[in-house]
Design a protein around this ligand. Structure first.
Ligand code: FES
Length: 181
């Protein structure tokens, strides 16, 4: 009798754990369309007109989730982000310094702490009153350019090589970003 009660309790606790894990994973999985999770292409083209303003399109590039953002012109005037001093990419710059002349650009959508997939919060939140990227695993916070504004991630999101050509963003080719930063 005692054993079956214990079994019941451990099954119930295990079930709750699984539901909790699904709760965390669901928003992450939901941002990845099936095609987004499978492509290993070294070069992909994105029709810039298909990315709504303040929207985020998820694609896949070299087996990793790729975030394509379209930021409004006045975003920098409206919001001031407090970027951490250590937030520097391979060039020793912030991602914003590299990407600021481009309203549409791509970032690699993998948190630089332990590899979770951040969520796009275009409306901001109580904690960050501006559009931002939030990694739900341990509370990593990034600006829309992928620069660090909070939590444990030790560096900005990686930026893939990319260029604009004929209304398309071509990721995987040298352009305004020449290599992975
Ligand atoms: S994996 Fe993103 S904050 Fe830890």
């Amino acid at each position: 009798m005692e054993a079956s009660r214990r079994d019941f309790l451990s099954l119930s606790i295990g079930g709750l754990g699984a539901v909790g894990a699904l709760g965390v994973l669901y928003p992450i999985l939901k941002t990845l369309a099936p095609s987004a999770a499978s492509s290993t292409e070294s070069e992909i083209e994105i029709d810039v007109s298909k990315v709504p303003e303040l929207g985020l399109l998820v694609r896949s590039w070299r087996g990793k989730p790729l975030f394509v953002l379209n930021l409004p012109k006045d975003l920098e005037e409206k919001y001031k982000y407090e970027v951490k001093d250590f937030s520097k990419n391979k060039l020793g710059k912030t991602n914003h310094e590299v990407l600021k002349d481009h309203r549409v650009f791509a970032l690699i959508g993998v948190c630089t702490h332990l590899g979770c997939i951040p969520l796009w919060k275009p409306e901001g939140s109580d904690a960050v009153k501006a559009p931002y990227l939030h990694c739900p695993c341990h509370g990593g916070l990034y600006t829309p350019w992928g620069d660090n504004i909070g939590g444990p991630p030790p560096r900005p999101l990686y930026v893939p090589p990319q260029k604009v050509e004929g209304g398309k963003l071509v990721v995987g080719q040298k352009g305004f970003v020449e290599e992975i930063l």
